[in-house]
Design a protein around this ligand. Structure first.
Ligand SMILES: Cc1ncc(COP(=O)(O)O)c(C=O)c1O
Length: 487
């Protein structure tokens, strides 16, 4: 469960810090529904940029930011459809757009979900401790950013192989950046770095481990889940079938939105995507891959595996090839010749590499279940090409610029040739196999209990208790804000 026991001494210091810095904290309810955000906050947002290090930007941790770089307030959920002219399937495929969060990625929300309960109960001392954000990239960017808004020190931990854009930006925001060996599939090395920092610095640091913090689960269940519901409600009302939700799994947080969707539309399939080159859910496998942001070789503690209906292995070569088609001039010209409309081509840069992976997993699921025009699959475009332009430059340096033949081959192979291979529908015992894999990471290595592991599987109230804790957390945030204002 999310620890909500109070430490009043630390809590008082956090209140003092927030008062000094003019910080008020958004509730989960406000992130879901920004119309509840006070007018004076909205007036302040009209004067600042989306990425500015200004505490008012905590109120931009929502899917409903106006899609502009400066001065925006709120509109509907940012989302768009990838048409059949690209996907080649009749089912409609829609993605929420993470580009319009501060830091350009939805993970800033997950970090807030972990940080806020700790701040308002006094679990983390913003005056005396450093917040440590272990990540394969965007989570530590979001965590360092939120720490900067609060004026507290942070340590970002991420693998050395991540994109240059991530490191460049982090160095300016985080107090300290620790790079660990390898790429995104080297999560064990990240955990080792956390143990090391705890051993050497003790009380000086608090680790917000996204792979086990239920605040990450809760933020996506509440905020991403309700954004999905909002996009789908008019379609469902018009008679469309909500067929599936696709999310690549890194920490497993984004996947939690599927738990909410299943409560609303019980027949909806939750589809977890991973890199075929590191098929942990698919085959208990391991390996290196190039889909940045999805960390593997273990099952995150916060993944509610009982609700996962399908696992899809996406070939990372397909994601990289399509990244080039979607973003290089010859690729875009080829898409136009295929009949893809100009507005869609213009928006394709809003899909980062793992988003292309999500799109491909959605296509595979649509083919697997033979979905038609009355079916909709929804997914999440977590971040955009803003964070990966250096990857295109690297590809061009290695293989030359994309030409028309290259674009045609990539589309034929990665889109039209996408079949139902490496899509595994999980029966009860396949799910249990995946769930049981948690044992080796979490019980053997990370000190969790097998009783809790069993509770995650057998106790039906385990996950609903986490979901319901949002009411208590929101009440604690409101009380905290009131004390900040009263000073
Ligand atoms: C680009 C990108 N895609 C996908 C994910 C996976 O999201 P989650 O950690 O919620 O499973 C992440 C996580 O950091 C990410 O940065």
């Amino acid at each position: 469960m999310i620890d909500l026991t109070r430490n009043n001494e630390v809590r008082a210091r956090n209140i003092e810090r927030c008062r000094e810095r003019g910080v008020i904290l958004p509730t989960f309810e406000q992130m879901r529904d920004p119309s509840r955000i006070p007018q004076e906050v909205q007036d302040r947002l009209r004067k600042i940029g989306l990425w500015d290090v200004d505490p008012a930007n905590l109120f931009r941790i929502t899917w409903k930011n106006e899609p502009i770089d400066r001065g925006g307030t709120y509109g509907g959920v940012n989302a768009f459809e990838i048409p059949s002219s690209i996907t080649g399937v009749q089912a409609r495929i829609i993605g929420l757009v993470g580009h319009w969060f501060p830091t350009g990625a939805h993970k800033v929300g997950a970090t807030y979900g972990c940080l806020a309960p700790s701040l308002v109960r006094g679990g983390f001392d913003s005056q005396r401790q450093k917040a440590v954000w272990p990540s394969t990239g965007n989570y530590c960017r979001g965590g360092a950013y939120n720490s900067a808004l609060l004026g507290c020190d942070s340590v970002a931990i991420l693998p050395e192989g991540m994109s240059r854009e991530r490191f460049d930006w982090l160095r300016n925001i985080a107090g300290e950046v620790i790079s660990t060996p390898g790429t995104e599939s080297n999560v064990k090395e990240i955990f080792d770095a956390c143990h090391e920092i705890t051993r050497t610095r003790g009380e000086e640091v608090v680790i917000f481990n996204q792979f086990e913090e239920l605040g990450n689960y809760l933020w996506h269940y509440e905020v991403t889940g309700s954004a999905l519901e909002e996009v789908l409600a008019p379609l469902a009302a018009a008679g469309m079938n909500v067929a599936g939700y696709v999310s690549a799994t890194g920490s497993g947080g984004t996947l939690a939105a599927g738990d909410r969707l299943k409560q609303r539309y019980p027949h909806t399939k939750v589809i977890a995507a991973e890199a075929l080159q590191c098929p942990t859910l698919l085959r208990n496998g391991f390996g290196e891959h190039r889909i940045e942001g999805i960390g593997d070789k273990h099952i995150p503690w916060i993944h509610n595996v009982r609700n996962t209906d399908m696992v899809v292995g996406v070939d990372d070569a397909d994601t990289i090839d399509l990244m080039r088609v979607f973003n290089e001039p010859a690729g875009r010209a080829y898409l136009a010749r295929m009949g893809v409309d100009a507005a869609t081509i213009d928006r394709l840069d809003k899909l980062g590499i793992s988003c292309i992976g999500n799109l491909l997993a959605a296509i595979k699921a649509a083919k697997y279940w033979e979905l038609g025009p009355d079916d909709v699959i929804i997914t999440v475009f977590t971040d955009s090409m803003q964070l990966y332009n250096s990857r295109i430059t690297e590809e061009q340096e290695r293989n030359g610029a994309l030409d028309e033949i290259g674009a045609a081959r990539a589309v034929a192979r990665a889109l039209e040739g996408q079949g139902i291979e490496n899509a595994l529908e999980l029966n009860y015992y396949e799910r249990l196999r995946v769930h049981n894999l948690k044992y080796y990471t979490w019980i053997e290595q990370q000190g969790r209990s097998s009783e809790e592991l069993n509770a995650q599987w057998y106790d039906r109230s385990y996950w609903t208790n986490v979901q319901e804790s949002v009411h208590e957390i929101d009440a604690m945030i409101a009380e905290f804000n009131a004390e900040v204002a009263a000073g």
